[in-house]
Design a protein. Sequence first.
Length: 51
Amino acid sequence: MGIDTAAIYEQVKEAVTDSKFGWNVIQVMTQIKGGVLTLTSLNAAKASILA
């Protein structure tokens, strides 16, 4: 299972839009390849918030 439907894509986009992350949402969303989003250099605090 991956990011393979519009509904899941929107849920992921909403999650990474949180201002706590300070991410460029467009840049993050373009990292989705084959239904998988790979986030590199993610610290423990951001990982726990995202989870």
